[in-house]
Design a protein around this ligand. Structure first.
Ligand code: ZN
Length: 198
């Protein structure tokens, strides 16, 4: 049996999302047919808007509607402290905690020899530039506690330390392999407070 073309087209789109196979895509597509028109229009508009209206901050690499982002523009934040994370969603997790008042730098990935990801492939060169130009006294490395996250932290530490800037790593209140994204606010706060020298 063939699906009507609008359905099969929509299914193809849903199947581009992570973890969605044909069965789920069919269920979602038929569900969409029965949604009210305003909801469907809103859904389509949101999809377009995340691509059209969101950019990466030219300073820190965070996701933003304006460049530089709100955090980089906020002069009341501690300009001497940069917290390095893997993904924009980690910034959101940290900001929810409402305790960290420094700046961020988003790497957009981690070093991975297996996947051939080197320092130039992620946002490391821009971090080094920032450290040369800005009044940074401490870099907190908050990559995840995975093998790649640890290797990236080690690499950054070796790269930054000779410049005399303090390099610290989040405490492992975050269990091994756990993501910042999933840590609750208390755990995250403890991890920042208990950060250790690298
Ligand atoms: Zn920024």
């Amino acid at each position: 049996m063939h699906y009507p073309e609008p359905i099969s087209k929509l299914m193809e789109s849903y199947m581009k999302l992570p973890g969605i196979g044909e069965k789920t895509a069919a269920r979602l597509a038929f569900y969409t047919v029965n949604m009210n028109e305003d909801d469907v229009t809103g859904f389509a508009k949101s999809l377009i808007s995340v691509k059209r209206d969101l950019h990466y901050c030219s300073i820190c690499g965070n996701m933003t509607e304006q460049d530089p982002c709100e955090i980089c523009q906020d002069k009341s934040r501690d300009q001497s402290l940069i917290l390095v994370v893997e993904h924009p969603k980690d910034v959101i997790s940290m900001e929810k905690m409402q305790e960290f008042k420094g700046l961020y730098h988003v790497l957009h990935g981690v070093l991975s020899p297996i996947e051939g990801t080197g320092p130039e492939d992620i946002n490391i060169p821009d971090l080094i530039k920032r450290l040369q130009n800005e009044e940074v006294k401490e870099v907190i490395i908050a990559t995840n506690a995975t093998a790649e996250g640890e290797a990236t932290a080690m690499y950054l530490s070796r790269l930054i330390k000779p410049s005399g800037i303090k390099v610290t790593r989040l405490a492992h209140g975050l269990s091994v392999g756990s993501d910042i994204e999933y840590a609750d606010e208390v755990t995250l706060l403890k991890a920042v407070e208990g950060r250790r020298d690298m």
